[in-house]
Design a protein around this ligand. Structure first.
Ligand code: ATP
Length: 241
């Protein structure tokens, strides 16, 4: 069974089309980079997959289930593009709360909080209030909550946003480690070099339509970088329209 599927999905907001007849499947254990210029529809696709929005037409499923059913989202870690954190809550309490949401209880939850803080290098900030953290540290908290409990599926929306070079490298390692543990990954990103390093598949959206979808070696022409392919596909589309 696929970890996730969009089947001929369209999403309109008023008169504006955010996604247009997009079909995409991701098999268990794969890592897909979802690329596209600003406004291409990447966040919309993630929000549909999480059941936060409904498609105008077409079908969306998470491991064969409707993502609007909360049970389908068990075992799904999500790092949103815009993190909204409860400013007065302390880092470790926030992670405890997320552990509970992920169905981790008791001593296991304390261990999961400890592991997440250690992994994301936040142990020394555990008792800090979220509102006092810098942008990059907030992003680390976002990663910590998304990775808690070793999710089977990880949806990351622009994960390197706000991270310094060390943080970008750490994020790469977290993603690669999750892959080694068998987690299926969908990452929306503008940082193509990171996508090349962490993903085996890419999908390129442009103005709500899917321009390309496949293994990196299928999408890239001989000797081409992902950036070259991105420019070729998006520019080619602009020239054709
Ligand atoms: P970026 O790279 O800039 O984050 P994106 O690829 O994630 O862009 P989306 O956020 O999915 O793009 O937006 C796709 C289109 O849908 C844009 O034109 C956006 O303005 C529009 N859109 C998204 N959400 C809404 C909404 N809630 N109401 C109205 N329009 C929306």
């Amino acid at each position: 069974m696929d970890a996730l599927e969009l089947a001929c999905v369209s999403k309109r907001y008023g008169g504006r089309s955010a996604l247009s007849e997009v079909s995409l499947q991701l098999e268990e254990g794969a890592a897909l980079g979802l690329l596209g210029p600003n406004g291409a529809g990447k966040t919309t696709a993630l929000r549909l997959l999480l059941g936060f929005a409904r498609p105008s037409s077409g079908g969306v499923s998470l491991r064969g289930q409707d993502p609007r059913d909360a049970r389908a989202r068990v075992g799904v870690g999500y790092l949103p593009e815009r993190l909204v954190l409860p400013e007065r809550t302390r880092v470790d309490d926030f992670l405890r709360f997320h552990g509970s949401l992920a169905g981790i209880g008791g001593a296991d939850r304390e261990q999961a909080v400890h592991d997440a803080l250690k992994l994301t290098d936040l142990a020394s900030r555990a008792r800090d209030r979220l509102g006092t953290l810098s942008k990059g540290l907030r992003q680390r908290v976002g990663f910590a909550q998304a990775l808690m409990g070793r999710p089977a599926l990880l949806l990351l929306d622009e994960p390197t946003s706000g991270l310094d070079p060390l943080g970008v490298r750490d994020a790469r390692e977290w993603i690669l480690r999750a892959r080694e543990q068998g987690t299926t990954i969908l990452v929306s990103s503008h940082v193509l070099s990171e996508v090349e390093r962490t993903c085996d598949r890419v999908a390129i959206l442009h103005e709500g339509s899917l321009l390309a979808d496949g293994r990196l070696d299928e999408v890239l022409r001989d000797g081409e970088s992902l950036e070259d392919a991105f420019v070729r596909l998006v520019r080619g589309e602009a020239a054709a329209s």
